[in-house]
Design a binder for this molecule. Structure first.
Ligand code: ADP
Length: 463
C-alpha cells in the first residue's frame, strides 16, 4: 500500500487541448490528499519517475480515480493507458542548467535555448525525458501577452523551411542539479546539435494523441492488440489464444497506418511494414523470401507489429485473377502466421479498403479473424483531426476549427492533414517575398504576418 503521501491512479488519455503541455489532470480531492494544489509539480512513478504539472480534472472525471496524461508523458513515465501508477507531491529544485538534444538522429533543432526555455517555463523535467515544442497559444494574443513570443513564430518559420511542419521533439540530456528540476526564468537551456543516446527506450513517433476521431476503434485496437502485446500472460491464464491477425479496413487516408503505428509505439513494440503492391512487384521467389525474413526478424525482436498495407494486392479472392505468385505468397503468409510461436508477441495487422476482395482463407480463425472498420470521420472527428494537425501552428484569430470541420464534409484524415499543411505553406508564401534570407534575424513586423489565417485555409481548399 502506498503511504499517505501517495495515491495510486489509473492512467487515461489526455484531451486534445492538453497535449504537449506537460500537465496531468487529477481529481481535486485526490490532489489535496497528497498535499498538492493545481500548478504544483507531482511525481509520476511508473517504470521511470518523472514530474508533471498538476491540473484539475474535467468535471466529467470528478470522482474517478484516474490521471489523464498525453502520449509523451506516458512514454516518459514508462506507462500506458489503463495501468496503475503512483503519484505524490514533488519538491523539484530550480534548474540552473538543462541540456537538450534532438530526440532522434537526423532531426534538427533550430530553436535557441531561450525559446525552448520559454516553451518549457514552469515545467519539471528530468534526464531522459522526451518533450515536444508546440506553440503555447496560437492567437494574436500570444504576441501581446507573451513577451518575446515572436521568436516562437520565427521558430515556426525556421522549423518549417526546409524541414517538416511537424512537432519538434527533443530529449533532456542532463540537468543541474541532477534529478527532477523545475525550469524558471534563470535557467540556462543549452541546445546540442546532434541526438544523444539517453533513453533506454525508443522515442515514439506516433502516439494515440496523434490519432483523431477514432475513439471506439482505438479502444478495440487496444483490447485486441495492445493487451496481448503487453500482457500475453493474461491469455495464457485464461487458456485462450491471443489474436494473431487483425484486419483494418476503411477508405484510403482514414488512419489505418497511423493507428497501427500508434498501437506499436504505445505498447513498446517494434513496427515493420510490408507494402502489398510493392512486395508483389518483386521477382519470382523474392516476395516470399522478403516476407519470411520479416516474420523471422519480427519474432527475434518481439514484441512486434507487422503491418501489411493493401493486403488485397497480395491476397485477392481466388476467383479474381490470381497468379501463381499470389497463391504462393498467400500460402506462405498463412503458414508463417500458423507457425507464430510467440503467443501474442507478434501481431499481424492487415490493411485494406476492399475487405470483400480478400481471399476468405485469410479470414479464418487463427488468421485475420478480427476486423475493425475505420470510418470516414464525422464532424466531431474532423474537429479532433484538425486540432491535431494545427497543434504546432500559429493560427490567427479568425480560424474557426468548428467551422472548418463543418465545411470539410467527406474529408478523411489524410485530406485534413494535407489541408493544414497546404494552409501553412500559403502563410509562408505570403511572407516569403519580404524576407531577406541572408539576415540572421527575421524582422518582427514580418513575423506579425506569419499566421495561418482563415483565408489560407479557404484558398487551400479551392486548390
Ligand atoms: P491509411 O493507412 O488509412 O491510408 P494513413 O494512416 O496512411 O491512412 O494516413 C495518412 C496521414 O493522414 C497520416 O499520417 C496522418 O497525418 C493523417 N491522418 C489520417 N487519419 C488520421 C486520423 N484519424 N487522425 C489524425 N490524422 C490522420
Amino acid at each position: 500500500m502506498p503511504d499517505s503521501g501517495e495515491i495510486e491512479l489509473r492512467v487515461a488519455e489526455a484531451l486534445q487541448q492538453d497535449v504537449g503541455k506537460g500537465m496531468v489532470r487529477i481529481d481535486h480531492e485526490l490532489m489535496t490528499k497528497i498535499g498538492a494544489a493545481p500548478g504544483d509539480i507531482v511525481e509520476i512513478i511508473g517504470k521511470r519517475t518523472i514530474g508533471a504539472i498538476a491540473g484539475n480534472s474535467y468535471p466529467a472525471d470528478v470522482g474517478l480515480e484516474i490521471i489523464r496524461m498525453d502520449g509523451l508523458t506516458r512514454s516518459n513515465a514508462g506507462t500506458s493507458i489503463g495501468e496503475m501508477i503512483t503519484i505524490r507531491k514533488a519538491q523539484p529544485r530550480m534548474a540552473s542548467k538543462v541540456v537538450i538534444a534532438p530526440a532522434a538522429k537526423g532531426m534538427r533543432i533550430m530553436a535557441s535555448g531561450d525559446i525552448i526555455k520559454r516553451n518549457l517555463m514552469g515545467r519539471a523535467v528530468t534526464r531522459g525525458d522526451v518533450l515536444a515544442l508546440v506553440s503555447p497559444r496560437r492567437t494574436k494574443e500570444t504576441l501581446r501577452e507573451f513577451p518575446g513570443s515572436e521568436d516562437i513564430f520565427r521558430e515556426f518559420f525556421e522549423a518549417t523551411t526546409p524541414f517538416s511542419l511537424g512537432e519538434i521533439k527533443f530529449t533532456v540530456v542532463s540537468t543541474s542539479p541532477a534529478g527532477l528540476v523545475r525550469i524558471n526564468d534563470s535557467t540556462v537551456v543549452e541546445v546540442r546539435p546532434e541526438a544523444v543516446e539517453v533513453m533506454e527506450k525508443k522515442v515514439p513517433d506516433v502516439t494515440y494523441d496523434d490519432v483523431g476521431g477514432l475513439k471506439k476503434e482505438m479502444s478495440k485496437v487496444r483490447e485486441m492488440i495492445e493487451l496481448p502485446l503487453r500482457h500475453p500472460e493474461i491469455f495464457d491464464r485464461l487458456g485462450i489464444d491471443p489474436p494473431k491477425g487483425i484486419l483494418l479496413h476503411g477508405a484510403p487516408g482514414t488512419g489505418k497506418t497511423l493507428l497501427a503505428k500508434a498501437v506499436a509505439s504505445e505498447s513498446g513494440s517494434n513496427f515493420v511494414a510490408i507494402n502489398g503492391p510493392e512486395v508483389m512487384s518483386k521477382f519470382v521467389g523474392e516476395a516470399e523470401k522478403k516476407i519470411r525474413e520479416i516474420f523471422e526478424e519480427a519474432a527475434e525482436n518481439a514484441p512486434t507489429v507487422i503491418f501489411i498495407d493493401e493486403i488485397d494486392a497480395i491476397a485477392p479472392k481466388r476467383e479474381e485473377v490470381t497468379g501463381e505468385v499470389e497463391r504462393r505468397v498467400v500460402a506462405q503468409i498463412l503458414a508463417l502466421m500458423d507457425g507464430l510461436k510467440e503467443r501474442g508477441k507478434v501481431i499481424v495487422i492487415g490493411a485494406t479498403n476492399r475487405p470483400d476482395a480478400l481471399d476468405p482463407a485469410l479470414r479464418r480463425p487463427g488468421r485475420f479473424d478480427r476486423e475493425i472498420e475505420l470510418r470516414v470521420p464525422d464532424r466531431d472527428g474532423r474537429i479532433e483531426i484538425l486540432e491535431i494537425h494545427t497543434r504546432a501552428m500559429p493560427l490567427s484569430d479568425d480560424v474557426d476549427i468548428n467551422e472548418l470541420a463543418e465545411t470539410t464534409h467527406g474529408f478523411v484524415g489524410a485530406d485534413l492533414a494535407a489541408l493544414c499543411r497546404e494552409a501553412a505553406m500559403h502563410a509562408l508564401r505570403r511572407v516569403l517575398p519580404d524576407i531577406d534570407l541572408q539576415e540572421q534575424r527575421i524582422d518582427p513586423e514580418i513575423l506579425e504576418k506569419l499566421f495561418v489565417t482563415s483565408n489560407d485555409f479557404m484558398d487551400s481548399m479551392k486548390s
